[in-house]
Design a protein around this ligand. Sequence first.
Ligand SMILES: Nc1ncnc2c1ncn2[C@@H]1O[C@H](COP(=O)(O)OP(=O)(O)O)[C@@H](O)[C@H]1O
Ligand SMILES: [Mg+2]
Length: 323
Amino acid sequence: MAAAIHAEGLVKTFGGVRALDGVDLDVPEGTVLGLLGPNGAGKTTTVRVLTTLLRPDSGRAMVAGIDVLAHPNEVRRSIGLSGQFAAVDEYLTGRENLRMVGRLYQMPSRAAKARADELLERFNLADAADRPAKTYSGGMRRRLDLAAALVVRPPVMFMDEPTTGLDPRNRQQLWEVIKELVAGGTTLLLTTQYLEEADHLAHDIAVVDHGRVIARGTSDQLKARTGGERVEVVVHDAELLPTAAEVMNGFAKAAATVETHTRRITAPVTGGAKLLAEVIRELDTRGIEIDDIGLRRPTLDDVFLSLTGHAADEAARPEEAAK
Ligand SMILES: Nc1ncnc2c1ncn2[C@@H]1O[C@H](COP(=O)(O)OP(=O)(O)O)[C@@H](O)[C@H]1O
Ligand SMILES: [Mg+2]
């Protein structure tokens, strides 16, 4: 299958900061690549290079078969971009914003109107359609920005953290819109800090950290790599933490992590509920009282911890990025 997006050795430095340190990517036509990484990993910089907004120091990139550095204008005609920070005209209404995009792309006026109405409906903006965008809440702006990126149905789409700052209902709706878009043949590169989002939408995930792709694969492959599942135990008595950790390490695929102040031990395991029962029995045999115990799938933090040796929350938390 032809690659709709191809990047090779992208390097970009800002002063002393190496934002991109040799990024390689391939996104086959008609698929979704999720670029997953914490704040500062280089996601936005990658998107800006691929969408012709920023020239890399070195490396090359092709989008829709066109050389990004040699023919940026042609690339721009083949792509849609929804940025991390909403780029809507504050003084126009939601409806006017969408119609304007259609007209910019030379859609016939009737078609631009119809598409605007359809998108306003899809993104729950119909009631606010005739209010200036400056009266919109943050979530509404975000939705309008995404709608604007979808006015023309480009063969290749880029979405930079499309659902950061959206409430769960709107996030769900956007996921549905994205799925339809991809079912229609669009290739999508999507950046996110949420493993769950990559899970729902991406065929392939590339994990980025410090300007490099440090792992790639399907969501299941990445989770398997991080050790399948997690058992979490909250021990009642802090003094028994070391003993409990020893028990947990007996079941774990990799070293358990101990959080002293919450008396919580987390261990990567494979084996599901049956193993959970064994852990409970063993802790009981050793006389360790527990306040809470549970089995969960790996989170983005787990993927990061296992891939990079540092937790994702050493960077800013997602909630802070949404502000
Ligand atoms: N225009 C810029 N000037 C200086 N530093 C920048 C600029 N853009 C990005 N950076 C730095 O490059 C790194 C990667 O940033 P970015 O691509 O925005 O990460 P992400 O989108 O994954 O959060 C960060 O350390 C960031 O501070
Ligand atoms: Mg970013």
